[in-house]
Ligand binder design. Structure first.
Ligand SMILES: Cc1cc2nc3c(=O)[nH]c(=O)nc-3n(C[C@H](O)[C@H](O)[C@H](O)COP(=O)(O)O)c2cc1C
Length: 150
C-alpha cells in the first residue's frame, strides 16, 4: 500500500504530529502552502504547493483549526482533489483544551469534504495543544494507525 501524509501547518504544531506519524508509516510529510499564509487575511487563497495524491492508496491529512473551522488553506486544497478509491485518516490540531472549541467541527468538515471527493475516511482525531493530554492524543493516533496496519 502506498501511503502519504499531506498537511497544512503554519506554526509547526500540525507538522510536529505529522512527523511522529511519518515514523510509523515510513512516509514523507508533504506540505500544502499558500501564497499568503497570514491567518487573518481575507484575500482569496492561492495555493503555491499543492501535493498530488494520485499515487497513494492511503493518505493522512492534517491541518490546524482556524476560528472553529478547518484551516481555509486545507479546505481549498481538499476541494481540488479526486479521492476516489483512497482510504483516509484526518486529524486537526487546535490550541484550546477541548475538542468542543473548534476541533470536532473542523475535523467533521474535513471528513465530509474528503467523502464528497470520493474518499473513505477510516477515522479522525483532534489534538489539543494546551491539554496536558496532548502527548497521549498524539500517541493515540500512532496506535490507531499501527492497529489498522496501514
Ligand atoms: C486565526 C486563527 C484562528 C484560530 N482558531 C482556533 C480555534 O477556533 N480553536 C482553537 O482551539 N485554536 C484555534 N487557533 C489555534 C490553532 O488551531 C493551533 O495553534 C494549531 O495547533 C496551529 O497549528 P499549526 O502550528 O500547524 O499551524 C487559531 C489560530 C489562528 C492563527
Amino acid at each position: 500500500m502506498r501511503k502519504g501524509i499531506v498537511i497544512h501547518s503554519h506554526t509547526g504544531n500540525t507538522l510536529h504530529v505529522a512527523s511522529e506519524i511519518s515514523g510509523v508509516l515510513t512516509s514523507v510529510v508533504e506540505k500544502v502552502e499558500a501564497e499568503n499564509e497570514d491567518p487573518n487575511s481575507t484575500d482569496p487563497i492561492v495555493l503555491t504547493r499543492n501535493p498530488s495524491v494520485e499515487h497513494y492508496d492511503f493518505i493522512v491529512f492534517g491541518a490546524p483549526v482556524r476560528g472553529f473551522s478547518l484551516s481555509p488553506v486545507m479546505k481549498k486544497y481538499l476541494e481540488g482533489l479526486d479521492l476516489t478509491n483512497k482510504t483516509i485518516f484526518c486529524f486537526v490540531t487546535q490550541h484550546l483544551k477541548s475538542p468542543m472549541f473548534g476541533g470536532n467541527r473542523a475535523v467533521k468538515q474535513m471528513k465530509k469534504l474528503c467523502e464528497s471527493k470520493g474518499g473513505e475516511v477510516m477515522d479522525v482525531a483532534v489534538v489539543n495543544w494546551s491539554s496536558n493530554k496532548k502527548d497521549e492524543l498524539i500517541k493515540d493516533i500512532i496506535i490507531k494507525l499501527s492497529k489498522n496496519n496501514v
